[in-house]
Write a protein that binds this ligand. Structure first.
Ligand code: S3P
Length: 180
């Protein structure tokens, strides 16, 4: 089963996915790293050379290439924008399960202000600009994120919380819905 972790930049998708698969096994794929390996260029270079449109095209291609792992336990940390472009969210829901790591704009802002450098979308923003950016973009992206099969809120985001969520998603499980 493919499980896609989705959520805003700074939500901790990669960290949680890495820890989860260390504890519970299975394959872990970070979609950004996967795409960078396919492109032979960093995310920043892709944005600089091909713009965001080029990045989104490559992101979609990388996503589609994950179909090969459909029959093995595979946890994928998506980029923050992955579910929000084209019909990526539909594709993910058709090919696997989706788990949204939902954090408040305040928490995301706190985390992101220490991690701006490697993210082209926020690299050049001031402290105040970053706050507004997070609030506005989260509001725009929320309708996509909310389509996830499972939503984990701040207190539920842990290896244990994710394990419970993934177990509830296994075919034949009595409750394959939100763990709110
Ligand atoms: C993006 C998030 C990034 C990366 C790219 C665009 C976004 O991934 O895919 O910089 O649009 O939110 P992370 O969420 O892992 O930072």
């Amino acid at each position: 089963m493919l499980v896609f972790l989705i959520g805003f930049m700074g939500a901790g998708k990669t960290t949680l996915g890495t820890h989860y698969t260390r504890v519970h096994g299975g394959r872990f794929i970070d979609l950004d790293d996967w795409l960078v390996a396919q492109a032979g260029m960093s995310i920043s270079d892709i944005f600089a050379k091909e713009g965001e449109a080029g990045f989104r095209r490559r992101e979609r291609q990388a996503l589609e290439s994950l179909e090969a792992f459909r029959d093995t336990a595979t946890l994928v940390a998506c980029g923050g924008g992955t579910p929000c472009f084209g019909d990526n969210m539909k594709w993910m829901r058709q090919h696997g399960q989706t788990v949204y790591l939902s954090l408040s704009p305040a928490t995301l802002h706190q985390r992101l202000k220490h991690e701006q450098a490697q993210r082209p979308l926020i690299r050049d923003l001031s402290h105040n600009q970053l706050r507004t950016f997070v609030e506005e973009l989260l509001e725009k992206r929320n309708p996509y994120y909310q389509q996830a099969s499972i939503i984990l809120n701040e207190g539920q985001i842990s290896v244990k919380g994710l394990h419970r969520a993934i177990n509830s998603l296994r075919p034949g499980s009595p409750s394959a819905q939100s763990s709110n």
